[in-house]
Design a binder for this molecule. Structure first.
Ligand code: COA
Length: 164
């Protein structure tokens, strides 16, 4: 994908309606039951939803490499969606989005963060463990497509110093 001379610029941006075709293309290659356009539009209309994309500019062309959606609600951060385009995986993008989610949660005074993940999704479970999440519960047959269990994971949010 890249050569030594290829210059890449990475930016984080708010998700926009115009981003949805690219996001939906990533979504269908990432999940057994992908979100629909309507589900993304609902999130974009939700006041307490944070919808962010990572854009990569390669030789003048900007593409969406990853996205994350989480809610800030009742003192907690709830992760709703996270995916990285295949060709950009294993480069730390998801980890950095998780760090950003933690940072925003801390800035907004949230105390804990939580998520649900398919029991078979070892890549994601490894990622969440690396980010300090631990399994605190299980929802049996949570996913209606495969009747798989969901693991419920939680992590504390370390408050960041505001002085200095
Ligand atoms: C899970 C996913 C978001 C990881 O994205 P990524 O950008 O490739 O992950 P990162 O490069 O930031 O990796 C961070 C950590 O995640 C874990 N991880 C990521 N991919 C992994 C893989 N293929 N196998 C094992 N562990 C993996 C590792 O612990 C890794 O840390 P390390 O590099 O020090 O080993 C990506 O594979 C994806 O989009 N999957 C499909 C959608 C999905 O499952 N989303 C989560 C829904 S709950």
């Amino acid at each position: 994908m890249s050569s030594e001379n290829t210059k890449q610029q990475i930016s984080v941006d708010l998700m926009k309606k115009e981003d949805l075709p690219e996001i939906l293309a990533i979504e269908v290659t990432s999940f057994p039951t992908p979100w629909t356009e309507g589900m993304f539009l609902d999130e974009l209309r939700t006041a307490h939803a944070q919808c962010l994309v990572i854009k990569i500019e390669i030789e003048g062309k900007t593409i969406i490499a990853a996205y994350i959606i989480f809610w800030l609600v009742a003192g907690e951060v709830h992760l709703h969606n996270l995916a990285v385009k295949n060709e950009f995986r294993r480069q730390g993008l998801a980890y950095n989005m998780m760090i950003l989610m933690h940072h925003i949660g801390a800035q907004m005074g949230m105390a804990r963060q939580t998520l649900e993940v398919r029991e078979s999704n070892h890549e994601a479970i490894n990622l969440y463990r690396k980010c300090g999440f631990v399994v605190e519960g299980k929802r049996p047959n949570y996913y209606t497509d495969t009747h798989e269990n969901a693991l419920v994971m939680w992590a504390e949010i370390q408050q960041e110093r505001k002085d200095g």
